[in-house]
Design a binder for this molecule. Structure first.
Ligand code: PLP
Length: 402
């Protein structure tokens, strides 16, 4: 141990619970245990070959130097076109920024705006990183419970009740990690109407999963539905999940010019720019034909349907049908208070997911990590065989509870 005194912005945050869960799986596997891993937060597909080829071409053409801080014109044009054609979002090229993954863009946007004590409204269940990102930037997360009764979505009433003079942001994630719930245009319109009454409140729309879409309504974004929110909305997206490009680290956002300039100013001192080669690959991904995405979505859909049916057939568990993304968020309320074969009581969802790990060899992430209990998250970014085997093992383990 060294004597380094770390900054409170580090000591006040946690390592991501999903990273911790993945580490636990690796530790158990290293001990020789067979673990069916349902904690995975990235596509199990490889990046499509055509995208890799575009990156190779870019390297060979010498695109191996710094790019503009806010991203290449080529990529920003691709983003501008994608936002307009799919989501009806109008933005100028200088109202778009590109960073090292959506995660970095979200973090830097908070860094650019949050003063000590500013509040950020985070609906539950939330992506594990939001509260820690807010805390790391001196803000106060204001957690608003959104349960199954609203399909895990924020209502206009709950939003309005949470707004104070200190509110800086509300974070909307659609489709959601961990529930897969997505907002409809009408729901976004109603939230937008509230936000227009409070011009000091910004809305951060994390739409990183919006191409992995199963719902019978079209993917939509609050800024496309309520263009009057232009001065208040930051729409964040990226190529990680849709194009199986998690390792390429490209995320981006469109928003008010002042905010985008502030994000760029910080990025200029943090990383100068995102990877040039990855930007070329991302531009190709966004502008080429979307067949590989459609193929992946068809596979995710089959897995979602199968996992949803298998989980709902297990007494004590129940699960809503996700609109998008590659997660399910089943409730284990029916099993809380039961006793394991070796006499331990399942007090909460952490106990339940640890029991699944020990008794069924199935790794999941407990709902407490996402701010809403008693649930657990399972990922379908794995093969159908593993999903079926894992659900069978979960069924056996649940049946053994008394
Ligand atoms: N937002 C959500 C809701 C996510 O689940 C993730 C990744 O797990 C990200 C953002 C980060 O994406 P990126 O790889 O672009 O940083």
């Amino acid at each position: 141990m060294s004597n380094i005194k770390l900054a409170s912005r580090v000591t006040s945050i946690r390592i991501s619970p999903s990273v911790a869960a993945a580490q636990k799986v690796r530790d158990l596997q290293a001990q020789g245990r067979k673990i069916l891993n349902l904690t995975v937060g990235e596509p199990d597909f490889d990046t499509p070959q055509l995208i890799k080829d575009a990156a190779i071409r870019a390297m060979e053409a010498g695109e191996t130097k710094y790019t503009p801080v806010n991203g290449t014109v080529e990529l920003r044009k691709a983003i501008q076109h994608d936002f307009k054609s799919r989501l009806n979002i109008d933005c100028e090229l200088n109202e778009i920024c590109v960073g090292g993954g959506a995660k970095q863009v979200l973090f830097v946007a908070l860094m650019a705006t949050v003063e000590d004590g500013d509040e950020v409204i985070i609906p539950t269940p939330y992506w594990v990183s939001y509260p820690d990102m807010v805390i790391a930037n001196g803000g106060t997360p204001v957690i608003v419970r959104c349960g199954e009764e609203t399909r895990f979505k924020l209502t206009p009433e709950a939003l309005e009740a949470a707004i104070t003079p200190r509110t800086k942001w509300v974070i909307l994630n659609s489709p959601s990690n961990p529930t897969g719930a997505a907002y409809t245009a009408d729901e976004l319109r109603a939230l937008g109407a509230v936000l227009l009454k409070y011009p000091h409140v910004l809305v951060m729309c994390d739409e990183i999963y919006d191409r992995i879409w199963f719902a019978d309504f079209d993917a939509c974004s609050i800024l496309g539905v309520v263009p009057e929110l232009k001065a208040q909305a930051l729409v964040v997206n990226g190529v990680s999940k849709s194009y199986a490009m998690t390792g390429w680290r490209i995320g981006y956002a469109a928003g008010p010019l002042d905010l985008i300039n502030a994000i760029n100013k910080l990025q200029s001192q943090m990383s100068s720019c995102p990877s040039s080669v990855s930007q070329a690959a991302a531009a190709f991904a966004l502008t080429s034909d979307q067949e590989a995405v459609a193929d992946a979505v068809a596979v995710y859909r089959q897995r979602r349907d199968r996992a949803h049916a298998l989980i709902n057939a297990i007494p004590g568990l129940s699960c809503l049908l996700p609109d998008g993304a590659f997660y399910l968020y089943p409730s284990c309320a029916g099993l809380i208070g039961k006793t394991t074969p070796d006499g331990r009581v399942i007090e909460n969802d952490l106990d339940f997911s640890l029991y699944l790990l020990e008794a069924a060899g199935v790794a999941s992430v407990h709902g407490g990590a996402y701010g809403l209990e008693p649930y657990f998250r399972i990922s379908t970014a794995t093969s159908m065989e593993i999903i079926e085997e894992a659900c069978a093992a979960i069924a056996t383990a649940c049946a053994a509870l008394a």
